[in-house]
Design a protein around this ligand. Sequence first.
Ligand code: GLU
Length: 451
Amino acid sequence: MNSYIKEVIDATAAKNPGQPEFMQTVTEVLTSLEPLVEKNEKLYRENAILERMVEPERQIMFRVPWTDDQGKPHVNRGYRIQFNSAIGPYKGGLRFQKDVNLSIIKFLGFEQVFKNSLTSLPMGGGKGGSDFDPVGKSDAEVMRFCQSFMTELYRHIGPNLDVPAGDMGVGGREIGYLFGQYKRIRNQYENGVLTGKGLSFGGSLIRPEATGYGATYFLTNVLSYLGKNIKGMTFAISGFGNVAWGATEKITELGGKVLTLSGPDGYVYIPNGIKKEEIPYMLEMQASHKNIVKMFADKFGYEFVPGKKPWGNVKADIYMPCARQNEILIEDAEATVKMGGVQILNEVSNMPTTNEAVAYLQQHGIIVCPSKAVNAGGVAVSGLEMSQNSERLAWSKEEVDEKLKGIMANIFKQIIDALQAAGIKENNFVQGANLAGFKKVADAMIAQGLV
Ligand code: GLU
């Protein structure tokens, strides 16, 4: 390994004990940058590029007190990591989930920097959230929590400073409550401060579908590059949330067959592929906030496999994890290879596969499309929402969808170009995405001096 890369990985590990997810992504990204770092080592060292890339510009942690419907007080922890603003204001979602911690928010923030760079839109990288567990909470409890969270967060964000959005546990309802409180405190109608808003107050058409649609558009680019077609291809999807829903809708529309959905409770097996008319039920399941996928199996009479994930258990041409980080472990990768039949892993959730599992799958001929590229459609349409808010205009569904398609095609092109520039012959899209996303941010940082 290049000595500069090794020094920075070691120093980052020493400085950030107890942050396994953050170290996982730092190690994955930095080691894949070898061709670029070898070529530019002197320049990068002089500008402390790698040292600055792994150190967030600002890290905010705060107390979030709120009362439940019985009047009992609770205290959660809020986070906002403003990772890198070299190419635009900090941009990235908020995750409300019970196991959120500093390591998880930092890993997400770090990945966001490169993902946002790949979209070609002027957005820096940031991420935030809380260990608040939305499962089983009433609307009123969620509202009080969001108001308390924003009462601290408002002073750190703004349309030209930092623009949060949704992520796991944060959807349209939460964004509405967060925006209402921001507007109240600031006494200004700055709707460009958050994205993923409702259509009546500055939201963009296609934003709810964008991550899943974008992931499917990215895949269609990969497939045509490989001389294949999505029609008739089978898919195993995990999750049933917003991202899984958008992907399922687009895949089905384009003639693919979605054989599975999953939840924390297990997975549903749909032997002939989900039917178009069954897809809207995913939204009802989400709105119930119960977080169980068995509801789908019960409703339509499909087999439910409790406590298991589809990986290595279900044969499909394409695997599309849409649930959470580290859901495909080495044992799942081994079972997948042993079972055979899987051609492509199209990662939709952020970092769904461990570094070891990615390497194993690649060694065994499975093409891995990295989440940084695949799921960038979500934040890309957030960027388009910011443009519409600045213009005080709303674009049509067709206009946003066309732009999204163009952005996803351009991301794939950047990956291919980066691999060519580095002289890499194999279809290592993981490396290509890191090289392309990183280079633009590094160039901007060098141009802006040591800040
Ligand atoms: N949370 C999403 C992501 O991981 C969307 C972020 C955004 O729209 O700002 O990219």
